[in-house]
Write a protein that binds this ligand. Structure first.
Ligand SMILES: [Zn+2]
Length: 194
């Protein structure tokens, strides 16, 4: 039991085993696989001890300027949209601090730090990204990943949704369906402690 309690608030990724059916009931964001409870989406783990229920919490949008990070802040969030020249990132963490909700940042192709044709090989929806805030001009939080420690830290297969594994050549492979994909990876891809 203490092992489960220690996981409260932990960042989880889809498919991650977070408990067993004998100990907790599956709540929102959890699915049952055999006797295991697994996360159905990225988010933070919540335990309801009264109902003995586990769920995965997805932060909601923050209002106002209370959460606006300063230029220079390192942030972590989930890619929600990828277009030819930019991505929108839903930011959950500023530095080591989990936000009570999220705000949206803009990552433009000119701030990737690599010469790329479009953003589809940089970050795709669902990917978790670490970025630096470079400007909050006109109330838009402009992000940069032009540093080897910045970029995608967890990516998911476009075909089947599984967590992708980084090969030594920096390409990402899906162990479930064999798909090979590219992203702009952070140097600690797949090993990041959030
Ligand atoms: Zn796949």
């Amino acid at each position: 039991m203490p092992s489960q309690l220690n996981k409260q608030g932990k960042f989880v990724v889809p498919g991650e085993k977070i408990g067993v059916i004998e100990e907790f009931l599956p709540g929102p964001g959890i699915y049952v696989d055999g006797g295991d409870l697994r996360a159905a989406n990225v988010g933070f783990l919540l335990l309801n001890l009264a109902e003995r229920k586990m769920s995965v919490f997805r932060p909601t949008r923050l209002k106002g300027a209370a959460c606006t990070p300063r230029p220079g802040s390192i942030v972590i969030g989930e890619t929600v949209s990828t277009q030819l020249t930019y991505c929108l990132i839903r930011i959950w963490m500023v530095g080591p601090r989990h936000l009570p909700g999220f705000f949206t940042g803009l990552l433009h192709i000119s701030n990737v730090g690599l010469r790329v044709k479009n953003m589809f090989n940089v970050a795709r929806p669902g990917d978790v990204v670490r970025a630096r805030v470079i400007s909050t001009k006109n109330r838009i939080r402009h992000l940069s990943i032009a540093n080897k420690k910045l970029g995608v830290i967890y990516a998911f297969c476009s075909q089947c949704g599984e967590l992708l594994r980084a090969r030594p050549d920096k390409k990402l492979v899906c162990d479930a369906c064999g798909s090979i994909e590219l992203r702009k990876l952070a140097s600690d891809y797949g090993r990041a402690l959030l």
